[in-house]
Design a protein around this ligand. Sequence first.
Ligand code: XMP
Length: 320
Amino acid sequence: MTEEITAAALDPERFIEEKVAEIRRVVGDGIAINALSGGVDSSTVTMLGHRALGKQLKTVFINNGLMRQGEPEQVVGFFRDLGVPVDVVDARAEFFAALKGVTDPERKREAITQTFYRDVFGRIVHESGARYLLQGTILTDIDETVAGIKRQHNVFAQLGIDPQAAFGYHIIEPLVQLRKDGVRKLGKALGLPAELFARIPFPGPALAARVIGEATPERIETVRRATAVVERWLQGSGAFQYLAILHEDRVTGMRDGKRDFGQQIEVRCWDSVDARTATPTRLPFELLERIASEIIREVPGIVSVTYNIATKPPSTIEAV
Ligand code: XMP
C-alpha cells in the first residue's frame, strides 16, 4: 500500500527536498529520461526531475497525433521559457498504425501503452542510454487500476508488468503518494506557471480517450476541433475538467435542408476535487446552447450535441 499525502498535509519544500535526494540516490551518475505531455503530473515531475538531475535528465515530448490543437508547440515553449530543453519526437504514424481497427476501450489503451513504452519510448530510451524513467503516476491512477475500473496508461507494477524485464528500464514514480490537488500545490512550488500547474487534467491516452470506437486521424481531428470549442468557452469557468467526446452512433440530422446521418458530440464538464468522484457542473443553459451551435458550425459532420448529467461514479470522467 502506498501511503497517501493529502494536499493539506503536503509541505512542498520538504517533499521536494526528500524527492530530489531520493532521485539523485537512485540515478547516481546515470542518465534518466522522462516523457513530458504538458499535463499537470508530467509537467510537475519534469520540474522535479530537472531540479534533481539537471543535464542528467533528458526530457522528450512524444507527438502521438492525439494531442489538442497547438499543444506540442505550446508545451515545449513553456518549458523553454523555464530553461528546460525538450526534444520533440514525431510518432504520429506509429500511433495511428497501432490504433487502426481497434475499438475496444481496454485494447485501445493497451495499444497506446505498448506503442508508447515498448516501441517509441523504448527506442528513445535505448538510443539515449538512459536506465531510469521518471514518471508522474499519481495515487488515483493506481487506485483505479487496482479496482479494475480503468487500466491507466502509466501503471505497471499493479498490472504485474516488470518494466525492467519488459522494456529494459527502471521506473521512478515520485508523485505516487499524491492526488491531483497535491500535485498542483507541488507544481506551483517548483516554479511552474499557472498555465501549467492550474491546467485541467488531460489523460495519458489523450484524445483517444475521448473517441468511442476507432481512433482514426479523421475522428481524432473531429474531437480535437470540438475540444477547442469546449475549452474556449469553459476556461475560467472554475470547473475541474471539461471535454468533448465523439460518439460512435450516428444520428439523423438535417443539413442544408437534407437528411444527414451525422456524428454526435457529448460535452462533459465536471466539478471535482481529486477526480475520484465528480458531479456535472450546472452550466447555464445559454452557455450550453452557445457551445452547441459553435461545435455544429465549426466541426464538420456533427449534427448533435449533448451534455452529460450523470455523476462519477458510476460514470468516469473520460469516456474510454
Ligand atoms: P476517469 O476517466 O478514470 O479519470 O474518471 C480520472 C482522471 O484521470 C485522468 N485520466 C488519466 N490520466 N492517464 C492519466 O495520466 C490515463 O490513462 C488517464 N485516464 C484518465 C482523467 O482525465 C481524469 O482527470
